[in-house]
Design a binder for this molecule. Structure first.
Ligand SMILES: [Mg+2]
Length: 268
């Protein structure tokens, strides 16, 4: 079997863009991947065009070899754009291999390890009474974990102090109303500085949040290391991480920042 084409399909999926990637073969089997770099699809499409020149004609079963070729055969390697394109191809190659062998992809990754995967829901709109009512409705429908909306998410001008105060107030209220059993988190989409994130955490009683997602940018591992020392709220982070590039924290820094309980929750 040989790879014959890599095709990119930028899509609009309601609230954001998504880049689907199709890898085709000469045996009619094709695989689908997704790049995950929302808002930078055009750059990823260009990277995919570069990568197609390298791997069209190769055997799609050699997933590890193709990964090495994409990552190491050129002078500049890794970083968010190239890693996003490479990831999409990698996912598609597993799809091809699974289809060709007639097995689910998890059989190619060590076999089945669990019978279900916990998921979470996200409330919409500004934090207020309506948000808590929405959260209660989600609980009534069986959801046991959810992300609450941070204040100012959709505003053009973000005022950290103002929005931190509002978000902390309504998260505290939500915990009081919803009880201790539900898992509550907030996704800050890395809009805060270390000091602002620490301030936000300290404005709420201990136990209010079960996780805080992407509070700061990942530009330096030391920033997360500092923040880790200022709060015991578990972090859900990693959306910005990519192989290589200065933005990728060392493995030791990551291990002190990510908690096992939240690692399955990072979903945008
Ligand atoms: Mg997120």
């Amino acid at each position: 079997m040989k790879i014959t084409a890599i095709r990119a399909f930028p899509c609009w999926v309601g609230i954001r863009t998504q880049l689907l990637v199709k890898v085709e073969t000469d045996e009619g089997i094709f695989g689908w991947g997704e790049s995950g770099l929302t808002g930078r699809e055009k750059a990823v499409v260009g990277a995919l065009e570069h990568f197609a020149e390298l791997i069209v004609g190769m055997d799609p079963f050699n997933i590890g070899g193709i990964w090495q070729k994409l990552y190491r055969s050129q002078y500049f390697e890794g970083g968010r754009v190239l890693a996003a394109a490479q990831s999409a191809i990698d996912i598609a190659l597993y799809d091809i291999k699974g289809k060709a062998l007639g097995v689910p992809v998890y059989q190619l990754l060590g076999g089945k390890q669990r019978n279900h995967i916990p998921t979470f829901a996200t409330t919409s709109g500004e934090p207020n009474e309506a948000m808590i009512e929405q959260a209660q409705m989600l609980i009534d429908h069986g959801w046991t974990a959810m992300r609450l909306s941070p204040s100012g998410h959709d505003e053009t001008t973000y005022e950290p102090r103002e929005h931190i105060a509002t978000t902390a107030k309504w998260c505290t209220k939500a915990r009081e109303v919803l009880g201790d059993d539900v898992v509550l988190g907030v996704d800050y989409h890395h809009r805060l500085s270390v000091a602002e994130a620490a301030s936000f955490c300290q404005k709420m009683p201990r136990g209010t949040l079960d996780f805080l997602e992407e509070p700061i940018r990942d530009e330096t591992p030391e920033a997360y290391e500092s923040l880790r020392r200022m709060t015991d709220i578990p972090f859900a982070i990693g959306e910005e991480f990519a192989s290589s590039g200065s933005s990728c924290p060392s493995s030791s820094a990551i291990s002190t920042s990510i908690t096992a309980s939240t690692s399955a929750m990072s979903a945008g």
